[in-house]
Design a protein around this ligand. Structure first.
Ligand SMILES: Cc1cc2nc3c(=O)[nH]c(=O)nc-3n(C[C@H](O)[C@H](O)[C@H](O)COP(=O)(O)OP(=O)(O)OC[C@H]3O[C@@H](n4cnc5c(N)ncnc54)[C@H](O)[C@@H]3O)c2cc1C
Ligand SMILES: Cc1cc2nc3c(=O)[nH]c(=O)nc-3n(C[C@H](O)[C@H](O)[C@H](O)COP(=O)(O)O)c2cc1C
Length: 627
């Protein structure tokens, strides 16, 4: 199904308004889809039910979502207007497929499509999840931009295409030319794994590389720009370009200020409040943070996350400088311009996460047998990376690098993501986060995580920080508010469910069931009073709690899933949507429990139960947000 079809922009701006405008309760004004207050009933070709369904699907959407929905409908309309290609007909256009979770691959793919269009090519742009798999055999040129998530896993939306290509029924693709751009982070063990797998598999299926795959690390901008340029240059030999088009994608951003703010241009917000929400005796230091936003500029939906930019701990920066024997006053160019080394370490470089190139590079400076042994053993290298920070490396294996040698080994500072725990319908000008401070004691010192330390410990109320919204279309409440939901999560995994319930309290229709786990009832029952209020008001139909350390045997959320298997399966059979959020390890255990439950309740084999859950996932009825 076509969802995102840039080359049919003319349809969005010209054809679509003509086809749909007289009939719908949306109108194009200056090229923008605007909601009218009343449906124009006289000319409306939809029957009452259709109109209601359309209205309920569009209800609560932000301007950016409405604009997108406009494009989606236009794509559908254009498909019906255009002659349908036959099996044998090949697409004489570039097809750009992206697989993205936090939007990076998506924005590169969008820029690529925009550039291809302005070079005069027909470019069809799809999120992989919206691409009709069997079209692949008709393609002549496919450009793939894909990130990697989990532990070397495809982004959620890329999974179907990935498994289709890797399955037995994958078609031969001898006529296809393709190029793959991978996005990843080399501090993860399976760097750009998904891009590698797409690239290798397409090659195995007979497709020909237009150019070699590029794997981008966290500082991907330059590499991806070069790849885009090179790819389009090489395209010339394979596809006819029409007359170059002037593409004005900036208009929408000018009209919708939210589009101006993103990862490349973060929004400046302010910390309004920071409250610890775990008890004094709790091991986990979890905080509820409130940030201010201008609702005219920033709009978000339950399920979305926030990208938070942070500064490293000044004490840590000083310590690192003292260990490596460099003066913080040295001048270097970092970020936008020139700054002192200490300022650059504070604002522009990762000082809490290690990655293999850093450890290897440091080994070449440090001249240590122990470190040399670590870097030659992959398992030891990864264990070292996961259990240490930059300060450990530079203090355990002393060296005297130059400023350039040292900063050349560091990764640029990356924003961290946090699930938003509020709904904008309830808190119009605020964003709430539920944040667990990463801290631990080791080797005689106290360590903190970069972002969580900044947000919880170092940022004072009323101080400003940079953030950007990360839409999460794969973690959404059902559009039909009558649908029941089951929310499973542990620890801070409960954050998006608080947003869900605030939204559901307004809609007040479908049944809601929360299965929540943490360590102790007294210390770690996050948002206890709110859940109790929802329960009393009859909004939360069921709540099942798993406090792992309140009794001698450990009880986790997966045990509650097992215990309530019959009821849970009944809900699913009646159409409930299922959500799973929180740490990846917990997610794996819960998924196994769900397989057991479905298998027991339906009498199917574990394989059948897996397929059942997979079908729910494909239908958007089983959504996960694991980190
Ligand atoms: C989609 C998404 C949603 C998320 N939502 C939330 C949320 O709602 N709430 C929330 O709190 N978090 C959430 N997270 C996690 C969050 O993004 C950060 O990963 C987390 O806060 C840690 O980041 P940090 O910068 O504090 O630590 P970092 O600076 O990233 O990590 C510190 C370093 O310490 C090392 N380290 C960690 N523990 C130990 C240890 N015990 N011993 C030795 N070394 C160790 C690690 O290897 C790491 O290199 C989410 C993540 C994603 C992807
Ligand atoms: C929870 C999580 C897991 C990740 N796992 C990997 C991984 O296994 N391998 C890798 O190369 N990158 C990994 N990354 C990094 C992403 O691929 C990288 O941030 C990329 O730019 C994201 O692109 P996207 O926004 O298009 O999804 C991970 C990121 C997150 C947040």
């Amino acid at each position: 199904m076509t969802i995102y079809n840039i080359y049919t922009q003319y349809v969005i701006f010209y054809v679509y308004p003509k086809i749909l405008q007289p009939y719908s309760n949306y109108q194009f004004i200056d090229g923008h889809l605007m909601a009218l207050s009343q449906p124009q009933a006289l000319t409306n070709p939809l029957d009452g039910q259709q109109l209601q369904r359309l209205q309920s699907a569009l209800e609560g959407m932000s301007p950016i979502q409405l604009t997108w929905a406009g494009g989606y409908l236009a794509g559908l309309a254009s498909q019906q207007l255009q002659p349908i290609t036959t099996e044998t007909e090949a697409h004489q256009s570039i097809t750009i497929l992206f697989g993205s979770e936090s939007g990076n691959a998506r924005s590169i793919a969008e820029a690529l499509a925009e550039r291809a269009t302005s070079c005069g090519y027909e470019a069809r742009l799809f999120s992989m999840e919206d691409y009709y798999l069997r079209e692949l055999t008709k393609e002549r040129l496919v450009l793939i931009v894909v990130s990697t998530h989990g532990e070397g896993d495809p982004p959620e939306g890329a999974r179907d295409l990935h498994s289709y290509l890797h399955g037995k029924r994958a078609p031969r693709l001898d006529k296809l030319k393709y190029a793959v751009l991978g996005l990843g982070d080399s501090s993860y063990q399976y760097f750009c794994q998904t891009a590698k797998e797409f690239d290798n598999r397409l090659h195995e299926l007979g497709a020909e590389r237009l150019l070699e795959r590029i794997d981008c690390d966290v500082d991907y901008q330059k590499l991806s720009d070069d790849w885009t340029k090179k790819t389009l240059d090489l395209t010339k030999a394979h596809l006819p370009a029409q007359r170059p088009k002037v593409v004005k994608l900036t208009t929408a951003a000018a009209k919708n200020p939210q589009l101006c703010y993103g990862r490349d241009n973060p929004y400046r917000t302010r910390l309004l409040d920071n409250q610890r929400i775990t008890g004094r005796g709790a091991v986990a230091d979890v905080h509820h943070l409130i940030l201010s936003i201008d609702p005219e500029i920033i709009s978000y939906s339950p399920g979305d996350a926030l990208g938070v930019w942070f500064q490293n701990d000044p004490l840590l920066t000083e310590e690192v400088l003292s260990e490596i024997g460099l003066s913080g006053d040295a001048r270097i160019s970092a970020g936008e311009g020139e700054s002192s080394l200490s300022d650059a370490l504070l604002r522009h470089y990762e000082l809490t996460r290690l990655h293999p190139a850093l450890v290897r590079g440091w080994a070449s400076l440090a001249n240590s047998d122990d470190l040399s042994r670590i870097i030659t053993d992959q398992a030891r290298l990864w264990a070292y990376i996961q259990q240490h920070q930059v300060i450990d490396l530079v203090s355990q294996y002393p060296a005297r690098p130059s400023v350039d040698e040292f900063t050349g080994l560091l990764h640029p500072l990356q924003p961290r993501l946090y699930s938003i725990s509020s709904s904008q319908t309830e808190f119009e000008d605020e964003i709430h986060l539920t944040l667990c401070l990463l801290q631990y004691q080791a080797l005689g010192r106290r360590y903190q995580g970069g972002a969580s330390g900044f947000l919880v410990d170092r940022l004072s109320e009323d101080e400003s920080l940079n953030v950007h919204l990360v839409a999460n279309p794969g973690f959404r409440l059902p559009s039909n508010t009558d649908t029941s939901i089951i929310m499973i999560g542990a620890g801070t995994g409960v954050a998006p469910y608080r947003a869900f319930m605030q939204q559901r309290a307004i809609d007040n229709k479908g049944a809601n069931w929360l299965i929540f786990g943490n360590r102790h009832f007294h210390n770690d029952f996050l948002y206890q009073l709110e859940w109790q209020r929802y329960r009393k008001a009859g909004l939360l139909d069921r709540i099942d709690l798993a406090f792992s350390r309140d009794q001698s045997e450990k009880i986790y959320v997966q045990h509650r899933v097992h215990q309530n298997g019959a009821e849970l399966y009944r809900w699913l059979e009646k159409g409930a949507h299922l959500y799973l959020c929180g740490a990846r390890v917990m997610g794996g255990d819960v998924k196994q429990a769900l397989i057991d439950v479905v298998s027991e309740q339906s009498g199917q084999s574990p394989e059948g139960a897996k397929a059942y859950l997979e079908t729910l996932r494909r239908q958007g009825r089983f959504q996960q947000d694991l980190y």
